[in-house]
Design a binder for this molecule. Sequence first.
Ligand SMILES: *Cc1c(COP(=O)(O)O)cnc(C)c1O
Length: 465
Amino acid sequence: MKYISTRGQAPVLNFEDVVLTGLAADGGLYVPETLPHFSREEIAAWAGLSYEELALQVITPFVDGEVPERDLKDIIAASYRSFRHRAVAPLVQTGHNEWVLELFQGPTLAFKDFALQFLGHLLDYTLKKRNQKVVVMGATSGDTGSAAIEGCRRCDNIDIFILHPHNRVSDVQRRQMTTVLEDNVHNIALQGNFDDCQNMVKASFGDQSFLPEGRQLVAVNSINWARIMAQIVYYFYAALALGAPHRPVSFSVPTGNFGDIFAGYLAKQMGLPVQQLIIATNANDILHRCISANDHSKKALVHSLAPSMDIMVSSNFERLLFDLHGRDGAAIAHLMEDFKSGAMHLSEAVLAEARQLFSSYRIDDAGTVAVIADVFAGTEYLLDPHTAIGVEAARRTRRDSAVPVICLATAHPAKFPEAVRKAGQTRDPALPRHMADLFEREERYQVLPDQLSEVQRFIAANIRA
Ligand SMILES: *Cc1c(COP(=O)(O)O)cnc(C)c1O
């Protein structure tokens, strides 16, 4: 499979190179040159497959011989072995034809484990084959950092450096990162905010001369194609469990960077019968404004009870825009240039097609808390605030109650005790057993000033030979 940039000016890459590349040289994002398509019969034949077996079927065409089937099988097995639930992605019913897909059974209790466990094992495999060592550098406001660290901690050919804003992530989130003590794992608590962390990472990717000879940086943020690809699998898995392809299903997705729901869109393009794809946003609602009112303009960031969705601009939206503009890279380059002014206007035709594909809804903090309380009252099932936004958006926008709606549960409620308490719970939700001692574990991290030279010196000094 070949991969092309959404802005049309970067080199065409094969699968392994695209995994190591991140952002394309022209500023665009890589997408497959053509999308595989599965017939109804093929999908129906997958009904009895385990999560791992299904993953092999869905991922194989994207890898297209670059990773032999036996190796891909091993990578998948290793990636999902660390999940606590045998079904990997179990479904729980929360209402009439309303289901929650628990994507938080992985090691860090958020759906990002699906992609980052896979990416970690895939990188390890690729780098060993090439006899190459790399440095993973990333910024996190919470969930991505711990999932990336868990994905890379056992990779011999990776040194990983994750920057988080000092004193601005929750205790659970910080400890999930800083209690990993492998000597290739380094947490930097930057004396700044999340934007400062991100700027530092961007500057370092732009000029990598601070690294030792022969090393390069690899990005594990959600623009990495392998992350999106791994996420397509659970859309097929959940839909098959509820009767697809013989009947359609809908999905509601708590959305930030548009990576997760973009994977759902791809599943639909690949042949899965999906009726509605619901973009659920918090107060940071650029995508909801775009779909509902053609207002894709940057607004000041709001800190919500669902912090993993607190983002101003959704970077993966560009991948959808590329398709909606007939895969015309020049048109996207132009559009993104315009967006530097802070706003982007879609043509009527593009907007109509986007509305055909997506519904959207915005839920504020009060609404989030109300759904957690309502679902608990009706089922004794506790939602995390991100998932709650998805459930409420589904209830508000659902067109057909005969079609099952699957709400993606992106995090375990124990990660976000503040929202849960506001919803009337008198005790913090318990951490799952494997993490019950999180607050007794030893932590290791380095506090550094918001200064590029200091951070780069620290990284260079800690890369293993
Ligand atoms: C990252 C994250 C999201 C948003 O996912 P995107 O792919 O960025 O849209 C939602 N919920 C939780 C808990 C997350 O960690």
